[in-house]
Ligand binder design. Sequence first.
Ligand code: 4AD
Ligand code: MG
Length: 441
Amino acid sequence: AVRTGLSADVATPRRGQRIEVFGWVHRLRAQKGMTFLWLRDGRAQMQCVLSGKLVETYDALTLTLESTVRVVGTLTALPEGKSAPGGHELQADYWEVVGKAPGGDLAITNRITPDAGPDLLLDQRHLVLRGDVTSQVLRTRAIVLRAFRNFFDRRQMTEVTPPLMVQSQVEGGSTLFSFDYYGEPAYLTQSSQLYLETCLPALGDVYCMSESFRAERSLTRRHLSEYTHLEAEMAFINFEDLLTLLEDMVVQVIEEVLANPVAAAAIKELNPDFKAPQKPFKRMTHADAVAYLREHNITKDDGSFYTENDDIPEAPERRMTDAINEPILLTHFPAGIKAFYMRRCDIEKTLTESVDVLMPGVGEIVGGSMRMTDHDQLMAAMKANDIDPKAYGFYLDQRLYGTCEHGGFGLGIERFLAWLLNRWSVRETCLYPRFMGRCLP
Ligand code: 4AD
Ligand code: MG
């Protein structure tokens, strides 16, 4: 017998042949004289039928879910009216248990009960991963990461892997994780942006996809303390170029993801109402958003309206985005609520050339901006933000040795997936979520 995987693309050509498969028992149904095993190998599932003597053994009578088995038999097309993955089933003539999973109190169905609360599910995440939905989300995640890489490759942008252990901050000191680095203070990176900027003169336009860390103290649907951050930086562009790139990126990545049958099936199942975004995206300035909230009577907790100097928090931002129900490029935030490095608008100096991309169901998935290009202006901005320029020589040198107009952005992969797959929380769109109070498993 030829050993094969369970997915239809490798199994279907072997119909009528004797094959050998390995997998985990995903579902189990015993009838008189017949046992149906729904086998899972992580890529796909296959129905195996044990009958006759094969079901009379001790192993067959005590078989449990999540046990691993080896099955040998003939792959046959299913008769009309019956359905199973791939449209076929394996008629076993031999099978054996490879690793028996416990039954009784320790049975997997007692570890993850249908009414399990979120904490229990997170404690048991290593087992939850095996479920249909979670594995589908993680498979789609891999396809999404590849689509982003392909987008940047098409633009001949170079992928770099900046350090995650750093001594500089990017997005404010309050969310830094610090640690002892051979007796010196150091941090887990919040964003690789500063490093990407230094790559421009060496490599041209660059991107990276690595972890960023934020010591977020609030437990929300969209904040993790460790998340996968896609960041890109482009030289000799203007703000309009940046906005166009963001639209192109989202549209092309979604196009590629929808063209992938595995991802398309996941989206259809988990987010049946998903509409692929179209260019151009709706554009609003921060001032427009403040006006929108006022018109729709969305206020602060104390009943007062948001003003043009206020940061719009998650809840009102989401209410606005959900109501508008299409991607939004939210631009021109006031300098006072944004990071030190953002380029000021030529006409209105209190505003920045900044952009957030907002998506229904999640709100902000991207934060980006043009960067200050002048050395002394940047130095002054750092001082105004209480940042000691000492550790930022590498960043300031970028302005000293051949400055240029440049800009970029960061996109949270978990938020992108929460939008794409209609998940309630970013905790569902990464392998093992990290947030305040959880660093296990
Ligand atoms: O808006 P942020 O803080 O921007 C930056 O870090 C820039 N330095 C990026 C750049 O220009 N290169 O973060 C960018 C994105 C957010 O829009 C959000 O999607 C995600 O990172 N993000 C988080 N995702 C999950 N959990 C958190 N705590 C996140 N904080 C930011
Ligand atoms: Mg942001």
